[in-house]
Design a protein around this ligand. Structure first.
Ligand code: PEP
Ligand code: MG
Length: 580
């Protein structure tokens, strides 16, 4: 049994056999073969080794001829590994002794080697681990080849273990079969984890090399509340985690009674609690958990599984479905936030060096006017069906907001000329998720109807910490005094100007921070469906004065460590029932 600590990103506890995907998303089951199959399987393995060695030698020659002998020689290490009789014998022995299929034996033995290489003190040597993984991948490709299985064919519940999952892969998981997932890399607010939360799949990310420690079929526990992964747990541990799983479900059930109650503090101050969605069907989930509107519809998820641009009709149909499910409640449709870690296959012909600082979001939309106008037309057409609000992401300067609004006005004029009805009073807002917008917030007053603070991006841009990078995850916290001050700049200005201000970043869905946001005067908390009830509980458990006191105290600290420690303590005190 081994316990690993990662980043808790999606709540819940699950216990099931693992399915391990390598970086090419191979699925490697622990398949046991019949005694009569041993010899043919060993021959198949031998064939795969020979083909892999041929490929490596061809590659070596090509690289040596094109780039130089020195670089070609890099592949000698891989050739030597496959030519090493002791490595090959170890794999053969596992097939003979345990009667494992060669795919599983290859991944077991080579993972063992990778671990040993990684543990070498010499950095140059430990970096050679890439060669071991490369050889594993090449062998598996030759063994599994066209027979690759997909996660769509699962018949039993599993826990997916992967180096990484993209937001689209995550969205494609079947929650009735995939009980949880754990990955080597990733951060708390990467879009993969946001999707996991929306789908209610417990997840732990940033485990560094959990894929090297697990094999398909191993029993594993994923605790998405505490960020723990337990490999091959013993019976008492399984019992302990099953109890934790039940406690989590009990807490969820108990919170269920809050669903139809208002989000009002104990002294009668009411805020709005809205949901964040990626897909129209999530509106219902949010409403079932007591959301009174949708504060963020991430429309870029319309690009999921598509190689071509969605048509105006594709946009319209999705919005119409979401609006209908809202039954007259407000819905904030955000224009596409493409680029960075989302749907980059459509976002350009080249890889950007710094995608989070590149042509993403509104910048991308303003460089692809035809596609942007198609989306704006669909939103305006759909506005006749309900209480639609439109929101522009990643606004950095006034010019961008004005350009976006000008295009919106053009589209509106076209539609009116065509005799198509558009909601005349549609509210237009902008996200504040870039420091320049927060610093210049006063200049945006009078230019739009509402602000929504995107703390996921604001945190990464204020602190210069990539929100998806587990290596700096410890530095990524909205509790940093600089982030809090930036948020306060926005809330103070918005209050003075009487403009609505919401928070739709993940910070609003974390009980500790929700207290601070309440004290700062946030009027709309827009959170993922998974956290709606918890946040309602927070709001309904305190007075406004208490929230303001917490806020005042927090602004006296100099470091995120002090802020986070204080908030953890105060939440434990005020809301002990939320600690699972
Ligand atoms: C944010 O940045 O806080 C936000 C809500 O937008 P996204 O997570 O989609 O980037
Ligand atoms: Mg954002």
């Amino acid at each position: 049994m081994e316990t690993r600590k990662g980043i808790a990103v999606s709540p819940g506890v699950a216990i099931a056999p693992a399915i391990v995907l390598d970086s090419e998303q191979f699925r490697i089951p622990r398949r046991v073969i019949e005694p009569a199959e041993v010899e043919p399987e060993l021959a198949r393995f031998q064939g795969a080794v020979e083909r892999a060695r041929e490929e490596i030698r061809e590659l070596r020659e090509r690289v040596a001829a094109d780039i130089g002998e020195k670089l070609g020689a890099i592949f000698d290490v891989q050739d030597a590994l496959l030519g090493d009789p002791s490595v090959i014998d170890e794999i053969r022995e596992l097939v003979q002794r345990e009667r494992y299929a060669p795919e599983y034996a290859v991944s077991q033995i080579l993972k063992g080697y990778a671990k040993k290489v990684l543990a070498l003190p010499n950095r140059y040597m430990s970096e050679r681990v890439a060669d071991v993984w490369d050889v594993e991948k090449r062998l598996l490709r030759n063994l599994i080849g066209a027979k690759r299985e997909s996660l769509h064919q699962l018949t039993e519940p599993v826990i997916v273990i992967a180096h990484d999952l993209t937001p689209s892969q995550t969205a494609g998981l079947d929650p009735s079969k995939v009980l949880a997932f754990a990955t080597d890399i990733g951060g708390r607010t990467s879009h993969t984890t946001i999707v996991a939360r929306a789908m209610g799949i417990p997840a732990v990310v940033g485990l560094q090399n959990v894929t090297a420690d697990l094999s398909g079929g191993d029993t594993v526990i994923v605790d998405g509340n505490r960020g723990l992964v337990v490999i091959e747990p013993d019976a008492p541990t399984i019992t302990r985690f099953r109890e934790a799983e039940q406690r989590f479900h009990r807490m969820e059930e108990e919170l269920g009674h809050l669903k139809d109650l208002p989000a009002t503090t104990t002294d009668g101050h009411e805020v709005l609690l809205w949901g964040n969605i990626e897909f129209p069907h999530e509106v219902q989930t949010c409403m079932n958990r007591g959301a009174s509107g949708i504060g963020l519809y991430r429309t870029e998820f319309l690009y999921l599984d598509r190689d071509v641009e969605p048509s105006e009709e594709d946009h319209y149909q999705a919005y119409a479905e979401a609006i209908e499910a809202c039954k007259g409640r407000p819905i904030t449709i955000r224009t596409c936030d493409l680029g960075a870690d989302k749907f980059t296959h459509l976002s350009g012909d080249y890889d950007e060096r710094n995608p989070f600082l590149g042509c993403r979001s509104i910048r991308f939309s303003l460089q692809h006017i035809a596609a942007f106008k198609r989306q704006l037309r669909a939103i305006l057409r759909a506005s006749a069906l309900g209480a639609v609000r439109i929101m522009f992401p990643l606004i950095t300067n006034l010019k961008e907001l004005r350009q976006a609004k000008m295009l919106l006005a053009d589209v509106r004029e076209d539609l009116e000329e065509e005799g198509i009805h558009v909601d005349a009073g549609i509210k237009v807002g902008m996200m504040i998720e870039v420091p320049s917008a927060a610093i210049m917030v006063r200049r945006f007053i009078g230019e739009c109807d509402f602000f929504s603070i995107g703390t996921n991006d604001l945190t990464q841009y204020v602190l210069a910490v990539d929100r998806t990078n587990e290596r700096v995850a410890g530095m990524y916290t909205p509790g940093h005094p600089a982030v809090l001050r930036m948020i306060r700049m926005v809330t103070d200005t918005a209050r003075d100007a009487g403009i609505e201000v919401a928070v739709c970043g993940e910070m609003a869905g974390e009980p500790n921070y929700a207290l601070v946001l309440l004290g700062l005067g946030i009027q709309i908390f827009s959170v993922s469906s998974a956290t709606l009830l918890e946040i309602k509980k927070v709001i309904r458990s305190v007075t406004m004065d208490q929230a303001k006191e917490v806020c005042e105290k927090v602004f006296q600290f100099d470091s995120d460590r002090e802020v986070d420690a204080y908030l953890a303590e105060i939440t434990r005190r005020l809301l002990p029932e939320l600690v699972v």
